[in-house]
Each structure stands twice: as C-alpha cells, then as structure tokens.
Design a protein around this ligand. Structure first.
Ligand code: MN
Length: 274
C-alpha cells in the first residue's frame, strides 16, 4: 500500500519516515480491537500551501491534499485531492523537507482520533462517500468526504482523484475560519517559521534556487517565513535555549488581529487556539 509513497521519495535526503511494515501490521491488528483510529492534518507549505488530511485505515494513512484546508462551515465544500497512502509514522511528522518530492515545511496542524460512521470503510471508499466523526484539537464532529471524480488509479487525471471535504451541520459547525483562528502546530505550538528556525533555518538561504516556492502567493509566504526564521535563529543564538524564540513567537500571536471573527453559534467549547 506504500509503494507509491516510497517511489516518490529518497529516504537518504528526506527526513520523512520510510514506514515500517511491522508497525503497519501491528496498527492494523490493533484497529480491530475497537481502539480509536488516528487522524491528522498537516499544514504543508511546498510549491503551494495546502493541508494534508489523513485517516488511519488498515495500518496506513489514507491521504487527501486539501488546498484551502478544512472548513467548519457546511456550505463551504473544500476540494480534497486523493493522494498516495502514507505510513502511520508520518502522522506525527513535523519539520523541513529540504529537497525532492514535497520539499517545504510540514506542520502538524491537528491530530486526534476518527470514527467511521459507516461500518465498512472500504465499501464507503469504493462508493466515494465516507462519513466519519473527528475528535481532534481543532476539528470535531461529523464530516464527509465525497468523491466527485471517477474512481480510478491515483496516478490518473486530476479529475479522477477529486473529492470534497464537507462539514456536517452539528454543534461543531460554524463560520469560524479555523485555519486563520488556529494557525499553529499542535505538536510544537509553533508557526511555520518556528519549525524552520528550529530545524534547518538556512536550508534555502544558502541555496535560493532550491526553495520549493519562489513565485506567487506561496513564494511570497515562504520568503517571509525564511526571513522570520533567520531572525528567530539570530535571536535564539544570543540567548541559551529556545526561550527567546518562544517569547518572540508568543508576542507575535498576541498582536495578531482577531477582532470581528465570528465564532460558531453552538460550539460547546472553544478549540484550543494553536
Ligand atoms: Mn503535502
């Protein structure tokens, strides 16, 4: 199930996990005992910014790339491109992919457990209509993935891989823009620049041509992130540890403009602001 994942990557140059078949087999076995299944969303600034939505199934992570990220508003259907299965170990990965496939910065934006609402996940996938409940830090309640393109090889045309990620109307739905409201990592509590600063701050300053995004919106975003990461790194090197970096990240967050954001009408508790 991970052939495509492995084909696309050179594990000598990427920090991404190769995926241990024993781990996959163990997870697949555990899943049958009715334990919660893992899900995550990874914010990935590569040639374009997108959110990788992943659901554990049969020991691997079923994966969809969602360009605009999940929306809590049931009226806002988000395009989700079905991509290759990822190893279960990928689910907590966060860091910098310096070059090659997916080069960029990966942030663990949300994680938790998911429960299928249909008893037969394989049948639901085949049908192109998978309903499920999420219990993450940021995403909760009932959702559906609906295929709009023809089912076929994932390597086929874009149309064949097209799905929509839609929030069902429930207590966890609302007009809050969750990607803006909670932009940070649930693993490190950092923004993309903190992840770059902590990992490989000069990876693209020394070699500008290798930067994963140079033009357009993603290019502009990456240029700013590279600049901020360098500043964070310079600040951090003056003081021991990451304390100064943390403080800098915190103060930036508190000055962020948040006024006027609508919150979901019936949300039981606020999502953790990360
Ligand atoms: Mn991605």
């Amino acid at each position: 199930m991970l052939e495509k994942y492995k084909q696309k990557r050179n594990f000598k140059s990427t920090p991404e996990p190769a995926g241990d078949p024993k781990v996959a087999a163990e997870r697949a076995k555990q899943a049958q005992s009715g334990k919660g299944l893992f899900f995550c969303v990874q914010k990935h600034l590569a040639s374009h910014l997108h959110y990788d939505f992943r659901l554990e199934h049969n020991g691997v992570l079923l994966s969809w790339a969602v360009p605009k990220g999940p929306s809590l508003d049931p009226k806002t259907k988000r395009l989700a491109m079905h991509v290759e299965d990822h190893p279960i170990e990928y689910g907590t990965f966060e860091g910098v992919i310096p070059e090659g496939y997916g080069a960029g910065i990966v942030m663990l934006w949300d994680q938790g457990t998911w429960t299928p609402e249909s008893p037969d996940v394989d049948a639901a996938l085949k049908k192109g209509d998978l309903k499920f409940t999420l219990d993450g830090y940021k995403l909760k309640g009932s959702w559906v993935l609906v295929r709009t393109g023809r089912w076929g090889a994932s390597s086929g045309s874009g149309e064949a891989r097209s799905w929509l990620l839609i929030k069902h109307r429930d207590d966890w739905a609302g007009e809050l823009d969750i990607t803006e409201f909670a932009p940070k990592s649930v693993k490190s509590d950092g923004e993309l620049e903190d992840i770059l600063a902590a990992d490989r701050p000069d990876v693209w300053t020394s070699n500008k041509a290798a930067a994963p995004a140079r033009g357009g919106e993603a290019g502009a975003m990456l240029a700013k992130i590279i600049e901020r990461a360098a500043a964070l790194k310079a600040g951090a090197s003056k003081a021991p540890g990451r304390a100064s970096t943390r403080k800098a990240a915190g103060s930036r967050t508190t000055t962020r403009k948040t006024a006027g954001k609508k919150t979901p009408a019936k949300r039981k508790t606020s999502p953790k602001r990360r």
